[in-house]
Design a protein around this ligand. Structure first.
Ligand code: NAI
Length: 344
């Protein structure tokens, strides 16, 4: 097939049968700086699905990085998980060589399905990688906890603006208790929120439930749980047109990228009076940490920038309420303004 180049600035096909590397790097924009975005590893049905996920995620990174005022463009790598047993180190070294070939136009890091150990492996081939083990007062390391901190700041601010209640008086449903979701549950529980959780991996849900006295529900029931806030922290596309009428939460704010199955879902949620915090506004903590690591900044600088997510989300929601628009429209306008300012 021919890949629609208009959707992206640069598309790199990754195809190395010797290591099992099969995927794409998509650099959506370098207007604000080199493309930054993680590397996802999961099973895809076909090459088209692989490409479309990479393109959509790269576009999301461009918006996220611009909104967070980072001096980076948006990019993403998406790799197909091989069917057969494979040598993980060989695969990530091959990926590292592909990143090296881009000469610094793309900086990678962990995403769903990839780990710090994978990024250490990438590091043997290129320096354009973040999310590595860190020592001392430097930024970086596992991005999951940093993302959780930013999502927590977003939830706290959004609850104040839209529900006018502290987290200790609210019930929160968290879908996905992986790297981000588990850390988020810890922060929410510390703030006194009552938790309902779900994870496709029962052992993960059990561990979080035992730690934070959370209620577990099965599968998609989490999306319609009787709670005040829904935090999707598993995969994208979970908010669908068919699903919107059954949602009971008044506020949706989570870590998963591309939570809306289609752009129209934002208008449907708005129509029902449900406030949806744009995913890329809430979940920038990981990329803030990774880019700070890449630039050699301190952990204190990372924390300060992540704390800014709260006031930014509050400002987006205030503007959306003032203008009677879904918050995604405001966030897109603000990200576009930051692009134009940079391009001028
Ligand atoms: P992860 O892979 O550590 O955790 C995801 C969890 O969701 C796993 O425990 C998995 O079993 C569970 N899951 C998958 N499908 C599910 C379903 N249908 N119902 C319930 N649980 C399900 O991933 P991580 O790193 O926690 O990321 C979560 C989301 O946040 C992803 O969409 C990712 O793209 C996004 N994100 C992550 C960042 C990070 O720093 N790790 C940064 C920005 C976004």
């Amino acid at each position: 097939m021919t890949y629609p180049a208009t959707l992206a600035k640069e598309i790199v096909r990754l195809d190395d049968p010797a290591s099992g590397l099969d995927g794409f790097i998509v650099i959506h924009s370098t207007v604000r700086g080199v493309g930054a975005g993680g590397c996802r590893l999961r099973r895809y049905d076909d090459r088209e699905a692989l490409y479309l996920d990479a393109a959509r995620l790269a576009e999301g990174m461009a918006l996220k990085n611009a909104l967070a005022e980072l001096p980076f463009g948006g990019a993403k790598a998406v790799l197909n998980l091989p069917d057969e047993p494979f040598d993980r180190r060989a695969l990530f070294r091959a990926f590292g060589r592909a990143v090296a070939d881009l000469g610094g136009r793309y900086v990678t890091a962990e995403d769903v399905g990839t780990t710090m150990a994978d990024m250490e492996c990438v590091r043997t081939e290129t320096r354009h990688v973040a999310g590595l083990r860190q020592l001392g007062d430097v930024a970086g390391g596992d991005p999951g906890p940093w993302t959780a901190l930013g999502v927590f700041a977003a939830i706290e601010a959004a609850a104040r603006v839209t529900l006018d209640r502290p987290l200790s008086a609210l019930r929160v449903a968290v879908q996905g208790t992986g790297s981000v979701g588990a850390a988020l549950c810890g922060l929410l529980a510390d703030a006194g929120a009552r938790l309902t959780i779900a994870d496709a991996d029962a052992a993960r849900a059990d561990a979080v439930a035992a730690r934070h006295d959370a209620r577990i529900v099965d599968g998609d029931a989490i999306l319609t749980a009787d709670v005040d806030i829904l935090a999707p922290c598993a995969l994208g596309g979970v908010l669908t047109g068919q699903g919107v009428p059954a949602i009971r939460a008044a506020l949706i704010c989570g870590a998963a990228n591309n939570q809306l199955a289609t752009p129209q879902v934002a208008a449907m949620l708005h129509g029902r009076g449900i406030v949806y915090v744009p995913d890329y506004a809430a979940n920038a903590g990981g990329v803030i940490s990774g880019t700070a690591e890449y630039l050699g900044e301190s952990a204190a600088a990372t924390q300060a920038r992540i704390r800014d997510i709260g006031p930014r989300v509050a400002a987006i929601l205030d503007a959306a309420r003032r203008d009677g628009l879904p918050p995604v429209i405001i966030a897109e306008q603000w990200a576009a303004t930051r692009y134009r300012r940079q391009a001028a």
